[in-house]
Design a protein around this ligand. Structure first.
Ligand SMILES: O=P(O)(O)OC[C@H]1O[C@@H](O)[C@H](O)[C@@H](O)[C@@H]1O
Length: 317
């Protein structure tokens, strides 16, 4: 039976955005934020706790044994474990949890710019604190909806009023996310976006299937001036540096992570895909992950009050 616990957006979440050092210190020392977060009632299978660096973390726990963790800072899913306990996502060893720099790993947001472009690489959404807008439980599957709105920090880079809602649902063998961007301004805006998913992997054994025939924009060697091409391979492997955009990618692609799992990556309305492995640029960890990203590389144009939505579902067979 579906249980729904609707909550007002936490004003504190807004107050914590952007996550300046002063605010973080106040947050950590006073405990007000946690008290406020912990006092709320959440749907079954949802827990709020203090994560790395004292940052608030949402845990989703499924009765089937799967688990996910999401940091409100960046709205970043940092862990997705299926019932065998193996984490299918990867957080880089150099990741910091200081509420100032984006968390490097898991599923960071790129919004409102995939990049490169006029504002910071991958935009500011991964660098701001999201709030909890709602929680739910449908037939045992926990669901959390996070929200991000503009504030002076975002406005300093991108002067628009917006709302993004990010609904994360944990199933027994999959994790689905729905991202909705709404123009709450009086003027139109355009954006690009991506879910920059870091999958745990053994790079020598990694392959991606399903992208043959796509138009490509190869960011190697020059990310600002990508080379146009067409993917001719059924099976893409990662023998060296890879940084490539696939335009009009299919609704389903398959990742063999080289450590025993085939992950089915489905999407609706994420029109493009990105494959990235930094190879020797990240000598200490490139062997342990691959990024397979659902993206929207062409500008999404929204008139006032219009919304754009895209869904991603990652599942193991
Ligand atoms: O910001 P991060 O997590 O280090 O990722 C950077 C990489 O992200 C990828 O999505 C881009 O295609 C690369 O060009 C870029 O270098």
């Amino acid at each position: 039976m579906a249980t729904s616990v609707a909550m007002a957006s936490l004003p504190l979440g807004r107050a914590l955005t952007p996550w300046s050092a002063d605010r973080r210190l106040r947050f950590r020392s006073s405990g007000i934020a946690f008290a406020s977060l912990e006092q709320k009632t959440y749907a079954q299978g949802i827990k709020i706790s203090e994560g790395n660096g004292g940052l608030p973390k949402v845990s989703l726990l499924s009765p089937h044994g799967s688990e996910a963790e999401i940091y409100l800072f960046g709205g970043c899913i940092t862990s997705w474990k299926v019932s065998n306990g193996k984490d299918l996502l990867f957080v880089r060893p150099d990741a910091v949890f200081n509420g100032k720099k984006p968390i490097s790993g898991g599923i960071p947001h790129c919004f409102p710019q995939f990049g490169p472009g006029p504002i910071q690489q991958h935009g500011f959404a991964r660098n701001m604190s999201w709030s909890i807008a709602d929680s739910d439980n449908v037939e045992g599957d926990p669901i959390i909806t996070l929200e991000l709105r503009d504030d002076p920090y975002s406005r300093s880079m991108w002067d628009f009023s917006f709302q993004t809602l990010y609904k994360v649902k944990l199933h027994s063998n999959s994790l689905s996310t729905v991202l909705t961007v709404t123009n709450t301004d009086k003027k139109p805006f355009s954006f690009t976006t991506a879910l920059h998913t870091y999958f745990r992997a053994s790079i020598a054994g990694v392959s991606v299937k399903g992208l043959k025939g796509c138009k490509t924009l190869n960011k190697d060697p020059d990310p600002s001036n990508p080379l146009e091409g067409k993917e001719g391979r059924e099976v893409i492997t990662f023998p060296g540096f890879v940084d490539c955009i696939y335009l009009d990618a299919p609704k389903e692609i398959f990742l063999d992570n080289g450590i025993g799992d085939v992950i089915n990556i489905q999407n609706s309305n994420w029109s493009d895909a990105v494959l990235w492995n930094p190879y020797m640029q990240m000598e200490s960890c490139f062997k342990d992950f691959v990024c397979v990203e659902n993206a929207k590389i062409g500008q999404v144009h929204l008139e006032p009050a219009q919304s754009w939505t895209a869904e991603q579902k990652i599942a193991i067979s």
